[in-house]
Design a protein around this ligand. Structure first.
Ligand SMILES: Nc1ncnc2c1ncn2[C@@H]1O[C@H](COP(=O)(O)OP(=O)(O)OP(=O)(O)O)[C@@H](O)[C@H]1O
Ligand SMILES: [Mg+2]
Length: 243
């Protein structure tokens, strides 16, 4: 049974999809057959981020309506071991019963499955995921995002969904100048255990244009640290100045 991750946040635009793709790249580098599932019905984006908007023909609604997963999943051309299921182009296409079955089958076929959920407080599909699923709550150092991550964390706790924190868009300078709160304050404010910190980076801002992350850059190093921690390796948080 593969490991299932669900990327979530309270506030929108904090980098969930970017983190989902970056983590998927990291897992494929660690030789894990990885499936990305875009859950943002009507507002899909992972196909564009992977440069698959022209070639990914089917989407999650086709699979839920009975299309064979093997025929409907898109295999990334430029990254071996990375697969995608785009979100339905319309809303209201995901029914809980078929989605539960899909999530279970996906976890059986792939080493890692990453669900990229939309922002907000609609948790109705979260409990359809296998019990072993781990929720990755993304927050940026902005206090609004931290408070929203805390609200998500409380709600996930209530429905027995374990969750960890990923801090995205980290800029050391803004924390040093006390413009944003430091990492310890963000951890305390969110009420979540920290999994990793992703830097603000031009190459991540350009993901939808370049469809890749430099294998030896700082962003990939940050994603690899998170992927390795998720695989139970003991990886220390680096000096924040160097993230
Ligand atoms: N670490 C980063 N450094 C620079 N830019 C980033 C970073 N993370 C995300 N971005 C940029 O921030 C914007 C929002 O990112 P993204 O779409 O991943 O957020 P999201 O949380 O998935 O949004 P939504 O709530 O709409 O699903 C994008 O333009 C993306 O390129
Ligand atoms: Mg998104």
């Amino acid at each position: 049974m593969g490991q299932v991750y669900a990327v979530t946040s309270g506030k929108g635009g904090v980098g969930k999809s970017t983190v989902a793709v970056g983590l998927a790249f990291a897992f494929t580098k660690l030789n894990k057959k990885t499936l990305l599932v875009d859950m943002d019905e009507g507002l899909r984006c992972l196909d564009l981020m992977l440069g698959a908007d022209k070639s990914a023909v089917f989407d999650l609604s086709d699979i839920l309506l009975g299309k064979e997963m093997g025929d409907a999943v898109y295999e990334a051309e430029h990254i071996k071991g990375l697969y995608l299921v785009p979100a339905p182009a319309d809303t209201g296409m995901i029914d809980a019963f078929s989605f539960t079955d899909f999530a279970k089958r996906a976890a059986e076929e792939f080493d890692v499955v990453i669900f990229d959920f939309p922002a907000g407080m609609d948790f109705s599909l979260y409990t359809c995921l296998p019990k072993s699923a781990l929720f990755l709550t993304v927050a940026v150092p902005d206090p609004v995002s931290v408070r929203d991550a805390a609200a998500v964390s409380r709600r996930l706790n209530e429905i027995n969904c374990p969750s960890r924190l990923i801090i995205n868009n980290f800029v050391y300078r803004l924390i040093k100048r006390r413009i944003f709160r430091n990492v310890d304050d963000i951890i305390d404010g969110s009420g979540l255990q920290l999994l990793g910190v992703i830097p603000n980076s031009e190459e991540l801002a350009l993901l939808s244009v370049n469809h890749s992350v430099k294998p030896r850059g700082k962003a990939m190093a940050a994603f690899l640290r998170i992927a390795r921690r998720l695989m139970n390796e003991s990886i220390l948080l680096p000096n924040l100045k160097k993230i």
